[in-house]
Design a protein around this ligand. Sequence first.
Ligand code: ME8
Length: 512
Amino acid sequence: MQPYYITTPIYYVNDEPHLGHMYTTIAADVLARHQRLSGKDVFFLTGVDEHGQKVQQAAEARGIEPIALADQVVARYQSLWPELSISHNDFIRTSSERHHKAVQAMWCRLENAGAIYKGFYEDWYCVPCESYWTETQLKDAKCWDNHHCPDCTREVEKVQEETYFFRLSAYQDRLIAYIKDNPDFIAPESRRNEVLRFIEGGLRDLSVSRTTFSWGVPVPGDEKHVVYVWIDALTNYLTAVGFPEQENPTRWPASVHLIGKDILRFHAIYWPCMLMAAELPMPERVFAHGWWTVEGEKMSKSKGNALRPADLLAKYDADVLRYFLLREIPFGQDGDFSFDSLKARHNSELANDVGNLLNRSLAMLKKYNASILGDVGEEAPMDRALIADIEGMQRDVDSLLNRQAFHLALERINSVIKHGNRYVEDNAPWALAKVGNVARLNTVLYHLIESLRLIAIQLSPFMPKKMAEMLHQIMNDDVNIDDLRLIDCAGWGFLQADHTCQTPAPIFPRME
Ligand code: ME8
């Protein structure tokens, strides 16, 4: 089986999960589910980033130990993911022993490669951004890393300390060449160009240890230093696949690192350079998606307008949220979350289009043939056109999802659903029933139900529970969505004459 290894960022435990964390994780889940359905051997990783000054400070502010804070937030994530049908294979915590070992092994590997040296550091540090700046990179003596912290104009701290450096500058030319030779490595295109411009501006060696706080992994052989949180965090992608027990883990490299645009520099520059130094293969792809605003405003802790999963799930079905988040904005671009557009999309695309096609088809089958599929007669051009459209859609969805174009994949599926609704109008089964054209009526109803089955399978990575319900009505049997494989079920003609479907029950009741 072809392997497929997909990751989300590991989320900081200084904040509770919010819409942004849901978004990346749902997107990764759709890809994991699609690839499993396609027969790949999927490993889907998510988890939490527990170390660093930011987490230590958040814990101090609450008067608790960092690990106690981490435990609380981990519990939130671990109860949230099943509610959203997230099908991860592993959940990594950076405080775990396996990860400590991996970080220390990575450190030694970098050191043995001559990529780490000890020096003295005098620079400015922005704690919320976990980033170092030189004097000239500051604006009005404040941080302005407007990617990682969108409204960051915060005070920076002067740091003067003995530190270890990673020779980032030594890999600059190799990294530029690599990015140029591998056009699919960083996506979307605009982000790739941004990264190239940044590297071409010159890379400075990176300070990779701190002595001013202790919440992290100690540097091997020099325990007063703690490994810089990003070296620690990025290594999680190797920990989970068995590094360092496996020096070159068989599941490595990752097929895709899915991230937000805020952490592109770390994944597209630091991480590849670390891997080059450690002589490990590059991830195949780093995709940086855009940022959500809420009703036109940036989400922020200070404004208190961050959308929390519990509030969303109290109002909306998890699958409807999954669908909306991936349908509403082209993946890679920024977008706005509004309750009005969620309702509008739900009512038009889910209730009206797919919901209606399912309902009317099953209702006609019940009315005209006691819910039993009849024999298929000779195929008309209209029937062949519908089948061809379905088969084209199956191929297109696969190639679109292979480049993370979720919105286009959904558009393509929706175009087939519209085709199905047109097919109903064009064939007017009620008229066929009226004139007693049973052969043609059976053929039309079969084409509708078989199309719906194949549509539900293609939509199942996006809406696993809803599509399990839809398939249940069609198959008249429980369908284990997680075990479906295209090779067994995606061919036209799977349903047989004499199969009995169920009486329809609306799966997307209209939102008022
Ligand atoms: O950066 N819109 O963790 P983090 C969309 N621990 N996505 C958003 C978002 C928004 N408004 N806000 C956050 C860290 N995200 C590090 C990562 S990885 C080795 C270490 C999502 O808790 C998006 O995926 O700040 C972003 O990259 C991530 O949350 C940052 O999560």
